[in-house]
Design a protein around this ligand. Structure first.
Ligand SMILES: Cc1cc2nc3c(=O)[nH]c(=O)nc-3n(C[C@H](O)[C@H](O)[C@H](O)COP(=O)(O)OP(=O)(O)OC[C@H]3O[C@@H](n4cnc5c(N)ncnc54)[C@H](O)[C@@H]3O)c2cc1C
Length: 378
């Protein structure tokens, strides 16, 4: 039966808006205005910046105070995320730990893991990677082959993960593995381990991307010993954890703001004497952005209210990623006389990163499947 979509009207509350001034001030004080900002949130890492962000109280913002967290609402975090992305700040080091690994431990991890890892994520000392994709497994995660066998006091891990962002600079990777052979229930028998990326038997090999950088990797495990206390929660609970993690990934501002710096530089470039065509493009990009933002804020409001708008979140990622890919393409085709070096560099970087926008975190086809299922169409 066809089921509708719900985007309840929602505005960010005053206390969330109040934090906007604080994070803007922090970014103005911390970022060098002469440096080229990131035109993709996944493209810049700077450990010193992440540490400063943690010291200023902008990491682990929503986590309980007993682990060093800020005890703030998700809506306050939403505003901080928007501002960080809009400024093109280098977030690569802490991004996964703050958005995904920490919340995963809060929800599923052991008390020992929370006490050990959360304060160090907040202080910017521990950075995490995601170890889900494998050379023959991306969208269909249930077919992973990396596996672990039980030994005294822990597990022996063998196999390989791929496209692992920042595994070469991060400290740990939350890794999805088979701890039981595949059975009729494809989602059973998987677990997640916290793997120390510097442990014996772990090898990290960089993969060059289109922009000639190596920000993702292939990671190999050769009889890596994982102590029992590094299993996230209970063995066998891996699938439930992964599905919950993907929920954190899908509806935030990073799903439509990746190309925002291109819009800013474009607006600067045409300032003063724009043609009607140039202005129309700016208006089109802005109107589209405002609509996506309202949808995303609506989902944030529903999440804060304890609802689980999975279909709406998948729709935002699909529409948001399509927009992000369109921005550099349309701006590239806008005729600008004598473009500045800054504009050219920002646009070039975004053009080279844009193909990844619709792949990471779930491809468009997979999202359309989720949306169709949510609407009762399949
Ligand atoms: C920049 C970047 C960073 C990444 N970082 C990480 C990371 O840190 N950790 C990590 O684990 N992974 C990471 N990934 C991997 C990413 O999650 C996968 O690329 C993605 O899930 C797709 O998997 P795949 O590449 O194996 O493609 P496949 O699953 O092989 O898909 C190939 C094509 O087939 C289509 N397809 C597949 N199944 C279906 C279906 N059932 N119906 C319709 N169409 C289908 C897909 O849409 C796609 O177009 C990253 C990817 C990128 C681009």
């Amino acid at each position: 039966m066809f089921q509708g979509l719900t985007f309840e009207p929602f505005s960010l509350p005053e206390e969330a808006e109040a934090i906007r001034g604080e994070i803007r001030q922090f970014l103005a004080d911390t970022l060098d205005p002469n440096e080229l900002p990131n035109s993709d949130f996944n493209a810049g890492d700077n450990a010193a910046f992440s540490k400063k962000l943690g010291e200023a109280g902008f990491l682990g913002m929503t986590w309980p105070e007993e682990y060093g967290g800020g005890g703030k609402s998700f809506l306050e975090r939403y505003v901080v995320t928007e501002e960080i992305l809009a400024a093109g700040a280098p977030v690569g080091c802490h991004w996964i730990a703050d958005r995904q690994s920490g919340p995963l431990m809060l929800k599923f991890g052991t008390e020992e893991q929370r006490q050990h890892f959360l304060p160090k994520i907040i202080s910017g000392d521990y950075f995490f990677s995601i170890g889900m994709s494998e050379p023959d497994t991306g969208s269909d995660l249930a077919s992973i082959r990396t596996s672990a066998t039980k030994v005294d006091g822990g597990w022996l891990l063998n196999g390989s993960k791929i496209w692992t962002s920042y595994a070469h600079t991060n400290h740990f990777m939350v890794t999805l593995v088979r701890t039981e052979p595949p059975s009729e229930n494809r989602h059973a028998g998987m677990s997640q381990f916290v793997v120390d990326l510097h442990a014996e038997g772990v090898k990290v090999t960089g993969i060059r991307n289109l922009s000639n950088e190596e920000d993702f990797n292939q990671v190999f495990f050769d009889d890596v010993f994982i102590p029992d206390n590094m299993v996230v929660g209970e063995p066998g609970n891996g699938w439930e954890q992964v599905i919950s993690e993907l929920g954190y990934e899908r509806s935030g501002p990073e799903r439509f703001l990746s190309a925002f710096r291109v819009i800013v530089e474009y607006a600067r470039e045409i300032e003063g004497n724009p043609t009607d065509e140039q202005l129309a493009l700016l208006g089109r990009l802005a109107a589209h952005l405002v609509t996506l933002r309202r949808m995303s804020i609506s989902v944030a409001g529903m999440l804060e209210g304890g609802k689980l708008p999975i279909t709406e979140a998948a729709l935002i990622k699909d529409l948001g990623n399509t927009y992000e890919r369109m921005v550099p393409e349309l701006v590239r085709l806008a005729s600008i006389e004598k473009p500045s070096r800054r504009f050219i560099d920002t646009l070039n970087e975004c053009v080279l990163h844009a193909p990844s926008f619709t792949l990471r975190g779930g491809t468009r086809e997979i999202l359309k499947g989720v949306i169709a299922r949510g609407l009762g169409l399949r």
